[in-house]
Design a protein around this ligand. Structure first.
Ligand code: UD1
Ligand code: CA
Length: 453
């Protein structure tokens, strides 16, 4: 048995030309997180002793994004990229020469730690030179095939283009994920020959090379969804759909109530407590935290925001970064909240913008209230105390403070601080002319007729 350190190589130097745009392939998002972030999150979860990311020259933006997920990451530059075998060769100096090297692709975001762990354990238990993760997706088009010998053991990996019809139908698909004996990798990676057609060195050839030297190789089947590789925009959208399906199911299994889970869009960093209700067509982005027992009503958009227990949001509400609702808060339709804290039991039920502010517990914010937080140059804060009543259509011109228990009359423009317990009202006097409506209508009708001629 050749147990020892676990190292990971993540290949991401490919051009990703099939994505047909300028963004590096592994910076495309699934669930709001770049593909490379999903893969590095996995290597961290696996507790890899070393992780090496293989990039091509000029891919600094990928390196920067990657480091946000793994600070200790090592980077190897493949210049120029000449295939997956060549990519691993470029990483050798950074890898241990004992134990197991896991090869992962930056474009395979759905892989789980438990599946990779199973692959590594199988290789070590059977002292195989290489263990390959195979899969049986509904459509295996484009994937390499795992060829087996008469005994049923893995004998070679054949790229899709080179596989005959029989192998395409019978062989498992190659997910690309491999667990390789570190010393054998070192010995064999240099022996991989150039594939003249594409001018590339295929890592997949390592299986046949190991077999020629009398070492065994094994295939381990994993869930096909986990091996889904992203080479095109269509496959990226498929990866998103598969990711969403899986996460929705996990949340349902954990006790989150979602009557129409297929309409709810989750982000990689969302956390939802058991018993929270997520109604139809809710979209989460970034680090959203929804407490157990909260309710997010239909068509709401929640990004980098927190919703406390027994709070209700929506329908049609938007919580932007830094919105923090404590317990029992009610936020209703067409309310937008950004960088603002709403204390226990506070209410903002209709058509309101609360930005850069704090609303104390028990306060009621009337319909159409706006915090005027931006003067064209800088953002300013609005501080509202506890149990304050803000009448409808109030403009709070920040910076401004409203003390606890104050009442602000509807339609007020609040340009200076309001003290605790005060009543504040700014209102132009109402002018009424008795019976004047009919006169006015006549005049307007005449003007319209004259215009028509
Ligand atoms: C590869 C496998 C194929 C498998 C499929 C699974 C090979 C030869 N083929 O094909 O058997 O079914 O993945 O998704 O391995 N890369 C580099 N440097 C290079 C070339 C590629 O780092 O010179 C990286 C890419 O950025 C990518 C990964 O390696 O992350 C795989 O390359 P890609 O071109 O996507 O291979 P596939 O054609 O998908
Ligand atoms: Ca690929």
């Amino acid at each position: 048995m050749s147990q020892g350190p676990l190292c990971a190589v993540v290949l991401a130097a490919g051009k990703g030309t099939r994505m047909r745009n300028a963004l590096p392939k592994v910076l495309h998002d699934v669930a709001g997180r770049p593909l490379i972030g999903h893969v590095l999150q996995l290597t961290v979860e696996l507790g890899c002793e070393r992780s090496v990311l293989v990039l091509a020259p000029g891919m600094e933006p990928v390196e920067r994004a990657a480091r946000a997920f793994d600070e200790g990451l090592r980077v190897a530059i493949q210049d120029p990229p000449l295939g997956t075998g060549h990519a691993v060769k470029c990483a050798l100096d950074e890898l241990a020469d004992r134990g197991t090297v896991i090869v992962l692709f930056g474009d395979t975001p759905l892989l789980s730690a438990s599946t990779v762990r199973r692959l590594v354990d199988a290789r070590e238990a059977r002292d195989a030179a290489v263990a390959v993760l195979g899969m049986n997706p509904p459509s295996g088009e484009g994937y390499g095939r795992l060829a087996s010998d008469a005994e049923g053991t893995l004998s070679a990996i054949v790229e899709y283009r080179h596989a005959d019809e029989a192998l395409r139908t019978s062989g498992m698909c190659n997910s690309g994920v491999m667990a390789i004996d570190a010393s054998i990798l070192r010995e064999l990676v240099g022996a991989i020959g150039l594939q003249p057609e594409k001018n590339e060195y295929y890592l997949t050839d390592i299986v046949a090379l190991a077999r020629e030297r009398g070492r065994s190789c094994i295939a381990v089947e994993g869930p096909w969804q986990e091996g889904h590789g992203v080479n095109s925009q269509a496959q990226l959208a498929e990866a998103e759909a598969l990711w969403q399906q899986r996460r929705r199911r996990e949340l349902l299994d954990a006790g989150v109530i979602m009557p129409a889970p297929e309409t709810v869009w989750l982000s990689a960093d969302v956390e939802i407590g058991p018993g929270a209700v997520i109604e139809q067509h809710v979209v989460f982005a970034g680090r959203a935290r929804i407490a157990a027992g909260a309710r997010i009503r239909a068509f709401s958009h929640i990004e980098d925001a927190e919703v406390g227990p027994a709070s209700t949001v929506g329908p049609y509400a938007r919580l932007r970064p830094g919105a923090r609702l404590e317990s029992g808060v009610h936020v209703g339709n067409f309310v937008e909240i950004k960088n603002a804290r709403l204390g226990e039991g506070a209410k903002a039920n209709h058509l309101t913008y609360l930005g850069d502010c704090s609303v104390g517990g028990g306060s009621n914010i009337g319909a159409g209230t706006i915090t005027c937080n931006y003067d064209g140059f800088a953002k300013h804060r609005t501080e509202i105390g506890e149990r304050v009543f803000v009448g409808s259509n109030t403009a709070l011109v920040a910076p401004v403070t409203v003390g606890s228990d104050a009442i602000i009359g509807a339609g007020s423009v609040v340009t200076s601080d309001v003290g605790e317990g005060s009543v504040a009202l700014s209102r132009a006097p109402l002018a009424e002319r008795k019976g004047a409506a009919e006169l006015l209508r006549r005049r307007m009708r005449r003007a319209k007729e004259e215009k028509r001629g």
